[in-house]
Design a protein around this ligand. Structure first.
Ligand code: PLP
Length: 396
């Protein structure tokens, strides 16, 4: 179409959002589905947060705010990090979701041809955001034997004179894996040698952590702190995906540039959501702790169902709300309708026909696996696992 710019053809729609739409469409036609494609918590935003938003409306806090977000929220973000690193409000920008913060960061830092290292499996949006910013995504494939994590050797091997960023996501979407302190320290040791390489640490799932004390890059990055941009937000931890509040913490120079871009694109994120986010970060954390406990139980349940009842091979994750089982062993097998499965897309298509919605690993840059979200009811998890087991038993 003549109206469209040529670069737009290089950008793909988000596979997870397309699948969620497809599942919604099928459900609206009355088709009963077990939807395991959802990338958001299944519980409602906590009441104290909703009340803060209602109060903000009633108090008329409904006008433009500082482009970077209201000072009180930026202070709340700094307070949230206080015990780990001293940030000032000038080091913080609030955006319409973590997604916008990541996008803004790439837009203001990438020159044409600059490379961004991404470990696969990766969150679906990274490569396309980098391309939109005229950069080059360099995908480093991570092995299941390393729990899908980037090793320091692989990192160093892929750094070139064009490398601008390493993009790290822990706990990871889709694998659910969180880096240990030692693993992060090893990556920092490499980054210390390359003063022109920056690191974007996407910590959006950092509160959803089940087996350890919760370490993120910021906790071991003192020697490279000027080159670190932390991304976080309230979407996942407080079930606020629709409120659209994320944030970035980094050098004041970078934050300033991101604010200029934001000022000429979307301006401040929703004022009401910002006041809700202040309550999320500064109010009681008890509800969140309870939901983490629930997620942990669901992880254990679904991991056991998938590995024992369905016989799938799957690394046990320690964060986020995803499992990333292998399906490549079914390639070459035939479905009851005679289709030979040749890819993870075929496998997920087959599961969809059997009423279970999952996401193929190739959408995350890793063929032969598929993503399951356990952020849903126990009933759906049990029903879905039964359907998956049945579907697998029907392959010949
Ligand atoms: N980063 C990762 C790894 C994600 O999985 C997501 C959402 O799925 C985001 C960032 C975006 O978060 P937000 O909804 O705050 O934009």
């Amino acid at each position: 179409m003549a109206i469209l710019a040529s670069y737009i053809h290089t950008i793909k729609p988000s596979i997870t959002l397309s699948l969620a739409n497809k599942a919604r469409e099928l459900k609206s036609q009355g088709i009963e589905l077990y939807d395991l494609s959802i990338g958001e918590p299944d519980f409602d935003t906590f009441d104290n947060i909703k009340d803060a938003a209602i109060n903000a409306i009633n108090q008329g806090k409904t006008k433009y705010t500082d482009v970077k977000g209201v000072l009180q929220l930026r202070e709340a973000v700094c307070a949230h990090y206080e015990s780990r690193h001293k940030f000032s409000p000038d080091n913080v920008i609030i955006s319409a979701g973590a997604k916008q913060s990541i996008y803004n960061a790439f837009m203001v830092t990438l020159n044409e041809g600059d490379e961004v290292l991404i470990a696969s499996p990766y969150w679906v949006s990274y490569p396309d955001m980098i391309k939109l910013a005229r950069g080059v995504p360099v995908v480093i494939s991570c092995d299941e034997k390393d729990n899908f994590k980037l090793t320091s050797e692989k990192l160093e091997r892929n750094i070139t004179s064009k490398t601008k960023w390493l993009l790290l996501n822990s706990p990871n979407n889709p694998s659910g894996m969180r880096y240990t302190k030692t693993e992060l320290q090893q990556l920092v040791n490499v980054l210390e040698k390359y003063p022109n390489v920056y690191v974007l640490s996407d910590d959006i799932y950092e509160d959803l952590c089940y087996d350890d004390s919760g370490i993120s890059l910021i906790d071991v990055a003192d020697t490279i702190i000027d080159r670190v941009l932390v991304i976080n937000g309230v979407s996942k931890s407080y079930s606020m995906t629709g409120w659209r509040i994320g944030y970035a913490l980094g050098s004041s120079e970078l934050i300033k540039a991101m604010a200029i871009l934001q000022s000429q694109s979307t301006s401040n994120p929703c004022s009401i959501s910002q006041y809700a986010a202040i309550e999320a970060l500064s109010g009681t954390q008890e509800h969140m702790k309870k939901s983490v406990e629930q997620f942990k139980n669901k992880r254990d349940l679904m991991y056991n169902l998938l590995t024992q009842d369905c016989g799938l091979s799957c690394a046990k994750p320690n964060g986020a709300f995803y499992l990333f089982p292998k399906c490549s062993e079914f390639f070459g097998k035939r479905t009851p309708s005679g289709i030979i499965l040749r890819s993870d897309e075929d496998f997920c298509g087959y599961l969809l026909n059997e009423s279970v919605v999952t996401v193929p690993g190739s959408g995350f840059g890793t063929n032969g696996y598929f993503r399951i979200s356990y952020a849903t009811s126990e009933e759906i998890l049990r029903g879905a696992a039964m359907k998956i087991a049945e579907a697998i038993s029907k392959l010949s």
